[in-house]
Design a protein around this ligand. Structure first.
Ligand code: HEM
Length: 181
């Protein structure tokens, strides 16, 4: 037996004006902090027809120069009826002094992405630096993710990918609304 260690003493925050204060390097992505929810549509040439989905996304920080990113999606039918769980992913967005973003994102489908890009006043644009696929994962070559602020509480999201032998093209687009202040 040994004494239990103390609980983790630091907090994550989803607010730009909370405690801890965000690191100065987070300035270009402060508008992402918070919890978001929305609906989207998706397609791919290897998939039968279009699908409709809902998604929750959270960006938080602990005072250091990176964001914690978490997203989970589920397919929906008419009237938002849940059909089944869909993509989940989580990761870390590292902000660099020149405003560049390095995002490390992993998925339970066996895909680990490193994407790089930049955050401008109205959009964050990330494109693949490297993708690693687990031995049994589908083959994903590259992705491009773009988040555009329509206003402070509304984000438009698009996701293109080159995968399973197909050239880079549209897979997803969604609009997300902020659900926390
Ligand atoms: C909101 C997030 C997402 C949703 C709702 C979604 C939904 C889907 C659906 C419905 C399929 C068809 C297969 C199935 O029924 O499961 C699919 C296939 C696929 N998705 Fe996504 N996806 C999402 C994000 C992603 C991301 C982030 C990636 C890669 C980085 C990705 C890569 C793929 C690949 C490789 C396939 C397989 C294509 C094939 O083998 O024909 N998806 N996705």
């Amino acid at each position: 037996m040994f004494d239990l260690a103390p609980e983790y003493p630091y907090r994550d925050s989803t607010r730009p004006d909370g405690t801890p204060a965000p690191h100065a390097l987070l300035a270009p992505v402060l508008g992402l902090l918070g919890a978001w929810r929305g609906r989207g549509r998706g397609q791919y040439p290897t998939i039968d027809g279009e699908f409709t989905y809902a998604q929750e996304v959270t960006f938080s920080h602990d005072g250091r120069p990176f964001l914690r990113y978490e997203a989970r999606a589920w397919l929906i039918g008419a009237d938002d009826t849940p059909v089944r769980p869909a993509a989940r992913e989580s990761g870390w967005w590292r902000l660099q002094p020149d405003g560049r973003v390095e995002a490390l994102i992993t998925q339970p489908t066996g895909i680990a992405e490193i994407a790089v890009g930049s955050a401008a006043e109205d959009a964050v644009d990330l494109a693949t630096h490297q993708v690693a696929c687990a031995p049994t994962a589908k083959d994903v070559e590259s992705t491009r993710r773009r988040y555009t602020w329509e206003d402070a509480d509304t984000l438009a999201f698009t996701h293109d990918m080159a995968a399973v032998g197909q050239p880079s093209q549209h897979h997803l687009s969604a609009r997300l609304r902020r659900t926390t202040a």
